[in-house]
Design a protein around this ligand. Sequence first.
Ligand code: ATP
Length: 364
Amino acid sequence: MATVELKNVNKVYDGGVHAVKHANITIQDKEFVVLVGPSGCGKTTTLRMVAGLEDISSGELYIDGKLVNDVPPKDRDIAMVFQNYALYPHMTVFDNMAFGLKIRKYDKEEIQKRVDEAAEILEIKELLERRPKQLSGGQRQRVAVGRAIVRHPKVFLFDEPLSNLDAKLRVQMRAEISSLHTRLQATMIYVTHDQVEAMTMGDKIVVMKDGVIQQIGDPLTLYNKPVNRFVAGFMGSPPMNFMNVEVKEEGGKIVIDEGTFKLNVEGKNAEAIKPYVGKSMVFGYRAEDLVYSDKAVDGKSMAVTVGVIEPLGAETHVYGSTEKHQMIARVDPHITFNVGDTAHFKPDMEKVIFFDLETDDAVN
Ligand code: ATP
């Protein structure tokens, strides 16, 4: 299999859209890397440059250590699975899977062997004589993956391959693609706008926004140590809570003042925000890092008015608000809330993140 490396890669489309800006990504052999970000952030463009379907405006792309900027797609030893599957409607499943091998002039026996092997892995052996319109969405998706597998490529590229499937099937196919990765021991690059897909599938995740890579890391690093407010808000569901607070020094201690409550900040976090005393910051905390308290605890809890209650069975989501900010708490389903109640929540101050108000960068 193969490594893929982007060095200072840029893409400027005709007409001037700078779709990918100074991208540096190193993908190790056998790694599963997910490119994730909102619509228009440049993830598909990045993938298409790796595939050779888009020219690189500047920078270098290496596959297995070889510079491939000017190597045509067919010679890159890469297979891509598209969002719309791109199956030929008039061909059987077998022929769809065999097509790429036929045009590369593989002999009949080898084609038969490879298609059978892929059909076995994907459990679609009984579908080989059908045509795409006789298949369900999930089966079509498997055929599209099968067409990539038979090529035995160095690198697999996936462009939002699950976005046409219903929610339940997506979860199933997510697991299937992950186990395919383990089984084939292949290098895979996967594009999605869905952060849950990114978190559950990626060994490594590349978060993009406006053509710029925001952070590269394993799922838990991105979740627990986001470098900026965008990554913090994008990764995780429900999203991280943000509140504007003022940093103060009171009696030699660092506190943050939201206007309706104050929280004590200690240890390393106090050190990190000390330079901001007298200024405003953004205070971020995850919905699960809150402990419910039946009464106010000075310097430790915030009072919120309960708005919407969503019982999900294993947990309950409580949407509340202080006088100034909205927030969401994930709480034990055994605690009962009523709309309009005042509830007290204690954030786990070890896990909170502070962001510079101007740069949006995390400071702790
Ligand atoms: P989506 O999730 O919507 O597919 P994306 O993150 O994959 O979005 P890209 O498709 O890479 O984003 O597009 C990045 C930027 O480049 C967008 O602003 C888009 O409008 C622009 N763009 C994409 N293709 C072209 C093109 N062929 N010509 C000009 N601009 C383009």
